[in-house]
Design a protein around this ligand. Structure first.
Ligand SMILES: [Zn+2]
Ligand SMILES: [Zn+2]
Ligand SMILES: [Zn+2]
Ligand SMILES: [Zn+2]
Length: 412
């Protein structure tokens, strides 16, 4: 790590290796076969919930469980979706997933489900600030544009579509006072520790069982910026003030397509992702026959769900991380506390993503300044290391899937 950028030997090596692992991607083949007691569970059926004391009468309205506190919040927003967010979604998706009618065959294998966690963390090497451009930056230290856009866009106002020349060389806006002041408000926002502070506080809220909650992403706490003169109050200001990181649903879909390209049958039954509903929306509007729609349920985190279910029908119907209406026996367990009171709890613990994040944070500063080639190379090495660390940790904690598990799951 830390070799000076542009060293010809290390550049050649990294380029060569990146050609092998793939541009902007790469996966660790052995991880396709990963399974542990955290992410891989025996398949559950509606009858299992009933056996645990699930009360279909009490729970039959659609509610969301705040898994960490076992608090259950009634969904009073059930009939108030905002259709404007779902215009392009084929109507067949607006009724929610088909009811779960699986029945366990007596004596037959149970099957198993796996949940993959994808994190919105984007250390990703940054890309051109122009909205529709995904090209790498010319200058990875503090640049904003790719080689095709740098000359033109560096000299004009960063507010799109203003197009006026910048007021002084190196400035980011023209001399329009409202453009200047909007930029000022924008840059102030990123100087304050506001967001990370919220995240830290939220992350401290662990439940009494020691489970880390899966929610707690900053995006529920949108940063308020003043409206730009001439724009509507809800209109997004398009600007080039900052290089983009790669997190558009189009890109996320190509990332997951790429990861599972060679292993279609290893697609996880559940994919937890803090922006899963936008990813799902992108998939259903692009290709309503996409194999992802039958292989995988896309679930969001609890905090996202609470904030979004009122306005987004696709999110509410498809992405509930712990529906307590009995529709997803794989996602919830009914547990009894010391007083004999039954609680709906989350079946999967998603702490893994937090651990990987914490570990990656240590490398973030270095990664952010790398060229796209070096970035891909280093990420791949880091993921290989992390795979090894994880395998050892699973062994140490006795979280391997044992013969009994496989006997029950697949009958061999
Ligand atoms: Zn696992
Ligand atoms: Zn560009
Ligand atoms: Zn301007
Ligand atoms: Zn959502």
């Amino acid at each position: 790590m830390g070799s000076p950028p542009g060293h010809p030997l290390s550049d050649t090596l990294a380029t060569h290796i990146r050609n092998l692992i793939g541009k902007d991607g790469g996966s660790i083949p052995s991880s396709m076969h990963h399974g542990c007691t955290d992410c891989t569970h025996l398949k559950r059926f509606p009858a299992d919930l009933v056996e645990e004391g699930f009360d279909t009468v009490r729970e039959s309205d659609s509610v969301v469980s705040l898994g960490d506190t076992n608090e259950v919040v009634a969904d009073s927003t059930l009939n108030t979706p905002n259709p404007t967010l779902n215009n392009a979604v084929p109507s067949s998706f607006l009724n929610g997933p088909p009811p779960n009618v699986d029945v366990l065959e007596p004596g037959g294998p149970r099957g198993y489900v796996r949940l993959a966690v994808m994190d919105g963390k984007s250390i990703g090497h940054r890309i051109c600030a122009i909205d529709e451009c995904t090209a790498p930056l010319v200058n990875f230290k503090n640049g904003r544009f790719c080689k095709d856009h740098i000359v033109h866009y560096s000299s004009i106002c960063g507010i799109i579509p203003c197009g006026q020349p910048v007021h002084t060389p190196g400035a980011l806006t023209c001399d329009n006072p409202s453009h200047k002041s909007w930029y000022q408000a924008y840059s102030q926002r990123f100087k304050t520790p506001h967001l990370s502070g919220v995240q830290r506080v939220m992350r401290k809220q662990k439940d009494t069982n020691g489970n880390s909650s899966i929610g707690q992403r900053s995006h529920t706490f949108q940063v308020d910026l003043p409206p730009l003169e001439g724009n509507g109050p809800d209109e997004r200001v398009v600007h080039t003030f900052r290089a983009q990181t790669e997190r558009k649903p189009t890109q996320v879909l190509s990332i997951i397509d790429h990861i599972w390209e060679q292993y279609p049958s290893f697609r996880p039954g559940f994919l937890a992702y803090d922006d899963a509903c936008d990813l799902l929306r992108h998939i259903v509007t692009q290709d309503s026959q996409s194999p992802w729609l039958t292989s995988t349920k896309f679930i969001v985190d609890t905090w996202h769900y609470i904030g979004h279910r009122a306005t987004d029908v696709l999110c509410r119907l498809w992405c509930n991380p712990a529906p307590t209406d009995g529709s997803q026996p794989d996602l919830v367990r009914i547990l009894e506390d010391g007083n004999g009171v039954k609680h709906t709890t989350r079946a999967f613990n998603l702490e893994t993503a937090e651990q990987l994040n914490a570990w990656l944070n240590g490398y973030e500063a270095q990664l952010r300044q790398m060229t796209d080639v070096m970035f891909d190379f280093h990420c791949h090495v880091l993921m290989m290391l992390y795979t090894e660390i994880t395998t050892k940790r699973i062994e140490k904690k006795g979280k391997e899937l044992d013969d009994d598990f496989w006997e029950e799951a697949i009958g061999s």
